[in-house]
Design a binder for this molecule. Structure first.
Ligand SMILES: O=C([C@H](O)CO)[C@H](O)[C@H](O)COP(=O)(O)O
Length: 227
């Protein structure tokens, strides 16, 4: 699979999300992600507004479904999402319901192994239940909690090799990656690259360091697509 660049719009305001998305698409980003904070702030309307503004762009709705899987996936699909996210730690019936909704509505299902005690087994479980992609994800709270306890902060790159070897579906590595690490992901076997906090939450720092955000992002996209 050719590398795909996704930007996670982990923002709490639709206007800012629309502006960031437009800049990202001009720079060569392939997929938009309605991040969990954006969905909390704007709900389905946020997904609808992204769909209206960008009619042809894949949109991942990162609702992190834990229950009521069919309805949540159906609502996101009707709002314009092309991909939804279900958690490996949900009940397997929920994952099956999201997979069924994915087939009924022609959208992709991304299974997220965040918080699984065995993350490799979590990824395999998601594949066996019919998910189309695995998100190998070290959570925001998990990373900070472990670092606060004085231990090295975990990274999705730590076990990426094992996860990639365990499944046949495409893998995405997520959670605290630097831009440099994100660019390396396709070489490490994870072709779906998410650019997150460094470009959205920390965008001002990034702009200051690199001058023009769009020009820098264009270079990053080219480096990822060129692999
Ligand atoms: O899904 C996410 C997280 O659970 C908060 O909602 C983030 O989009 C994901 O972890 C990306 O995070 P960063 O790599 O820190 O941008």
């Amino acid at each position: 699979m050719k590398p795909i660049v996704q930007i996670s719009l982990d923002l709490t305001n639709i206007d800012e999300a629309l502006e960031t998305a437009a800049m990202a698409l001009r720079a060569g980003v392939d997929w938009l992600e309605a991040g969990t904070p954006l969905i909390l702030a704007e709900g389905l309307h946020g997904v609808r507004k992204l769909r209206e503004a960008f009619p042809d762009t894949p949109i991942v709705a990162d609702l992190k479904t834990m229950d009521g899987g069919y309805l949540e996936a159906e609502m996101m699909a009707k709002a314009g999402a092309t991909h939804v996210v279900v958690m490996a730690r949900a009940h397997e019936e929920t994952i099956k319901c999201v997979v069924k909704a994915g087939k009924d509505y022609g959208i992709g299902v991304m299974g997220d192994n965040l918080g699984c005690p065995d993350m490799v087994a979590g990824a395999k479980f998601l594949e066996d239940l019919g998910c189309d992609y695995v998100i190998h994800h070290i959570g925001y709270d998990e990373r900070r909690g472990i670092a606060a306890a004085g231990k090295p902060m975990p990274s999705p790159l730590d076990q990426l090799k094992e996860v990639v070897a365990a499944v046949k579906i495409p893998v995405q590595a997520v959670g605290g990656l630097s831009l440099e690490q994100a660019i390396q992901c396709p070489k490490l076997g994870a072709p779906l690259v998410v650019l997150g906090a460094p470009l959205t939450i920390d965008a001002d720092a990034f702009k200051t360091a690199d001058g023009d955000l769009e020009a820098s992002l264009r270079k990053i996209c080219a480096a990822i697509h060129g692999q």
